[in-house]
Design a protein around this ligand. Sequence first.
Ligand SMILES: *Cc1c(COP(=O)(O)O)cnc(C)c1O
Length: 367
Amino acid sequence: MPSTSRQLTAQISLSALRNNLRRVREKAPSAQILAVVKADAYGHGLIRVLPALGEADGLALMELPAAIALREHNYTRRILLLEGFFSAEELDEISHHRIAVVVHNREQVAMLEATELERPLEVFLCINSGMNRLGIKPSETRAISDKLSSLPSVVTLRLMTHLGRAETKEGSVDALARFAEACEGLPYPKSIANSAGVLRYKAIGGEIVRPGLMLYGASPLAEKPARLLGLQPVMSLRSELIAIQDVPEGEYVGYGEVFKTSRPTRIGVVACGYADGYPITARPGTPVHVAGRRATIAGRVSMDLLTVDITDIPEAQQGSPVLLWGDDLPVDDVAHWSGLIPYQLLCAVSSRVRFVTTEVTRVHFDL
Ligand SMILES: *Cc1c(COP(=O)(O)O)cnc(C)c1O
């Protein structure tokens, strides 16, 4: 933990995360939930948020060292490696820690065939249903699943796919049909839905769903704000004003010529910059809350600071609290104004930011 009195803090609400996990349960009541916690729980801190994930049936992530750390923290439920293993050397450790793996190509099948393991693995065979990223061809499904289920190094098999366009209603029609056809007649449980899939395709997300983003309280659906989905922001990024400038009309603020005052303008200077993870691409107009009221970014974000127009917030003064995103200010809005996606903002919060965990959060809505 950085020791400084610089006030920039990422506040992590465990109760918001529990609420969001309940929303997944409501949307997919009969499915098992593998909470996706890759990239250090989307930047929230994996071990930090673990106490709020007790209702999940398991966790899914990409990084083997983090999976092992979970076992060392006595996490006993299922853990799935979303990209599986990268070399045969990893298999002993994976088996020893009872970690499930995605298999998405023939090389991984060959590695499993050539190995003898302490405990055989649970395998999720990934089928390319049209995203054209990871996965075997749909036409290979029967042959490869027959092969895998006959191997001594495999104990159980699941079939999975990942949807590339679930954020729109029609985006997954083809993919779901291809996946259904590939799996036809095969007896294995299926795993399909990410967050957008959970919210979009109630009944067809498969027996095992893999939500990530929605757990953290951001919206995976372009047209629906998180609030209307019953999701609460888990991270609130907070700072304070460390200086105020009264700037005459016609002057530039910050680096370059991004923002020129069109009236006498009161500028608040916030202790938060791109080295903390705030996006440099945030355009003038990006919302920031100062003393509980909405202000907007004025000028380019710099490494350690950003500037906001607080002309219409006369009560704002040095030390006034600033909310960059979270509670009443969706990270989705900041991402939108920055030309980014909420995933990237959450993952980018840097180690320079102090993290604090809270149990309770304000309750804004109840659906
Ligand atoms: C990241 C990931 C997820 C979670 O996606 P969200 O959009 O964050 O819900 C699910 N499945 C796979 C394979 C992933 O890589």
